[in-house]
Design a protein around this ligand. Structure first.
Ligand code: BGC
Length: 674
């Protein structure tokens, strides 16, 4: 058909409703064309159907910036890794990040970004901890909703991954995550569910692993029943790359896998024909899968005039500034004895800068989240820019006023990388020696960790007066680190994951059955993941979830609840007064936790149910307000397979971390309508 004739077909008419257009195009497809649309081509594309003018739908990695190829032919902005973005606790920054990556995808002429990755950080050993956001379902949910909304505001599809329970890289193609229904509902599902119900995510990526014995791509319970029927997902599911290697055609069709990537395997034409011959009912599932893909093709504007879709832009100064801002807000100050930080350039003559990570470029390697930015400022380059003509940079700690040591991990195998988990919970031994040696030569030593997951610090933390967790902070990372070190930025990041003292303190590390498992890995800790475990078992972490210092102090006072009793479906207002009681401007992330002290089931001692980021001038005071909804009190009851709230007293706690609780109050829940 000629282009001019195609333009007259109903599905090309952008004045028709989305569903009318989907139905019209769908009704024109032959069975063979449906098969063709179900699997990918050349790594990042769907197959074209020239007859109907269906162009390739193009999708690129990844979660920290767009990577359209592996040669760096098309450089893109490299943003801080997801754990750093999560440490900002700032949904607005996450939304801006979403907009920016979508603009870059759009500029490249593609339609979907293979991000965000939101698997729960169950163990600090997972090779992809840096690529995921947090251990906490509430924080995870608030951030994913913002990212997805940002991306899709540009008519680019977000692809939320990896659904579900891909919480380790060891044996990821074969292992079955054995997880209770309650843990799925309370810990592993909430962010995925919110991505659908609060942000209308247009695509999900199925996981490599099995969930309770069945691979993600053919898991009927996970995809068809939960994601589609229960949550109301209207988009399409794409397999992780080669995740269909061990699955069956019929299972994938039935479960709702629309698109197999990167190429044909279970969706080879012969196999699909056979699946339909054997069970004619499978056609109705296939039709649904195809409609879902078409729907998203329309949503991103594949059939619309170019003037109707956003234009897009790449590598703009605005995107680079945003990368720096996220890093500035995500860097976490872990320790600062005797106010060693910030360093005042006017008060020193020289700084010794050491450590293997001072020159590290963190964009390269790491697996599918790898990036090729037009430039990347290393930690040393960032320091040099600030110190130029003011302070000398040397390499001998004993001759220096202050020493800064850049250590940590990198994206080599067994560090923070895809495919494999970390081999060790400790820093490489050479680095531990270097820290001890440096601090002996100069007690004024600052350790900056460039790494994407918790590591053990017990061998050296007591001796070192100041520690900064700088993560993998993106292409402007070096500048952001220098901004924090010299006080141009007052740190406000808070840990989105617990840092344990010992790996054995961590809930997944009770036995080889619970990590890494073999054919199966048993999530025996249930809902007691992260701080829920440390709190309840009274294990002191090295640094708790939600923790991070500032160059100023904040005073928490005056908790007020607007009522003593909360009725079913009601709302409860909570407020506190927060004062910046220090001498410099700063931002605090105020956290609200809830606990149900008496319950028929085991519940965590506290669960995050709200947070606010507040910026205050010195001596400034403000009222910080929260609203508690009754659903914030619920747990998942496995007997009835429903969420349940029990009557009685609840505690509300306000803190600067999950351990540093400053204010507490109580209210009663009554299971009657207002
Ligand atoms: C990763 C995905 C990624 C895909 C495409 C897989 O190995 O698990 O996160 O999007 O490759 O590169």
């Amino acid at each position: 058909m000629e282009k001019e004739d195609r333009a007259l077909l109903s599905f090309m008419n952008s004045n028709l409703s989305l569903e009318e257009r989907v139905e019209d195009l769908f009704s024109r497809l032959t069975l063979e064309e449906k098969f063709k649309l179900s699997s990918g081509r050349l790594m990042w594309y769907t197959r074209k159907i020239k007859r109907l003018g269906i162009d390739s739908f193009a999708m690129y990695d990844g979660p920290h910036g767009v990577r359209p190829d592996y040669e760096g032919k098309n450089p893109c902005t490299y943003f801080p890794s997801a754990i750093c973005r999560a440490a900002t606790w700032d949904p607005e920054l996450s939304e801006q990040f979403g907009i920016a990556i979508a603009e870059e995808v759009r500029e490249l002429g593609a339609h979907m970004i293979l991000a965000p990755g939101i698997n729960i950080q169950r163990t600090p050993m997972c090779g992809r901890t840096f690529e995921y956001q947090t251990e906490d379902p509430y924080l995870n949910k608030e951030l994913v909703v913002a990212v997805v909304k940002g991306i899709q505001s540009q008519r680019i599809a977000a692809c939320v991954k990896h659904f579900a329970c891909n919480n380790q890289e060891t044996n990821r193609f074969t292992v079955s995550s054995e997880v209770s229904e309650r843990a799925l509902e309370e810990i592993y599902f909430p962010a995925f569910k919110a991505a659908v119900q609060d942000a209308d995510a247009w695509s999900f990526m199925s996981c490599y692993n099995k969930l309770n014995g069945i691979y993600g791509s053919e898991n009927y319970y996970l995809l068809r029943e939960t994601l589609m029927n229960k949550w109301g997902f209207r988009g399409f599911v794409v397999s992780d790359w080669n995740a269909t290697a061990f699955t069956a055609t019929e299972g994938c069709i039935k479960a709702g896998l629309s698109l197999e990537m990167p190429t044909r395997n279970v969706y080879k034409i012969k196999k699909m024909e056979k699946a339909l011959d054997e069970e004619p009912d499978n056609l109705k599932f296939l039709n649904d899968n195809v409609r879902r893909l078409l729907r998203v093709m329309f949503l991103v504007g594949l059939f619309d005039d170019k003037s109707l879709v956003p234009k897009g832009s790449r590598n703009t100064p605005e995107h680079q500034m945003l990368a720096r801002k996220i890093a500035q807000n995500g860097i976490v100050l872990l320790k600062n004895e005797n106010k060693l930080l910030p360093i005042k350039l006017s008060e020193i003559r020289n700084i010794a800068v050491l450590g293997p990570n001072k020159d590290l470029k963190t964009s390269l390697n790491g697996g599918s989240s790898q990036n090729f930015p037009p430039y990347e400022i290393t930690a040393l380059e960032g320091l040099k820019e600030k110190c130029k003509n003011k302070v000398k940079i040397i390499n001998s700690p004993s001759d220096s006023d202050v020493s800064i040591l850049f250590v940590g991990l990198n994206h080599e195998e067994y560090m923070d990388a895809e495919h494999v988990d970390k081999k060790s919970f400790k820093l490489p031994i050479d680095q531990v020696k270097l820290i001890n040696k440096t601090v002996t030569e100069n007690p004024n030593t600052i350790v900056v960790l460039i790494s994407g997951s918790p590591i053990s610090m017990v061998d050296w933390i007591e001796k070192v007066p100041a520690v900064i967790q700088a993560w993998y902070a993106g292409m402007e990372g070096g500048r952001a680190i220098a901004d924090v070190i010299f006080g141009d930025v007052n740190p406000s990041g808070k840990l989105p994951i617990t840092f344990p003292k010992e790996l054995s303190d961590s809930p997944a590390h009770k036995s080889t059955k619970t990590y890494p498992g073999d054919e199966k890995v048993y999530y025996d800790e249930g809902i007691f993941v992260g701080y829920r475990h440390f709190d309840t078992k009274h294990i002191e972490p090295l640094f708790p979830f939600g923790y991070g210092l500032s160059y100023t102090q904040f005073t928490y006072e005056n908790i007020k609840l607007n009522k003593e009793k909360l009725m079913r479906d009601g709302l409860l207002d909570v407020s506190i007064d927060l004062t910046n009681s220090g001498t410099v401007e700063g931002s605090e992330i105020v956290q609200l936790y809830i606990s149900d002290p008496i319950s028929s089931v085991n519940r965590p001692l506290k669960e995050l149910k709200g947070f606010r980021k507040v910026k205050l001038e010195p001596s400034e005071k403000t009222q910080v307000k929260f609203q508690i909804k009754t659903e914030d009190l619920a747990f998942f009851d496995e007997n009835s397979s429903e969420w349940k709230i029990e009557e009685g007293k609840f505690k509300v706690m306000i803190g600067s971390s999950s351990v540093d609780i400053h204010l507490e109050s109580e209210f009663e829940y009554i299971d009657k309508e207002n």
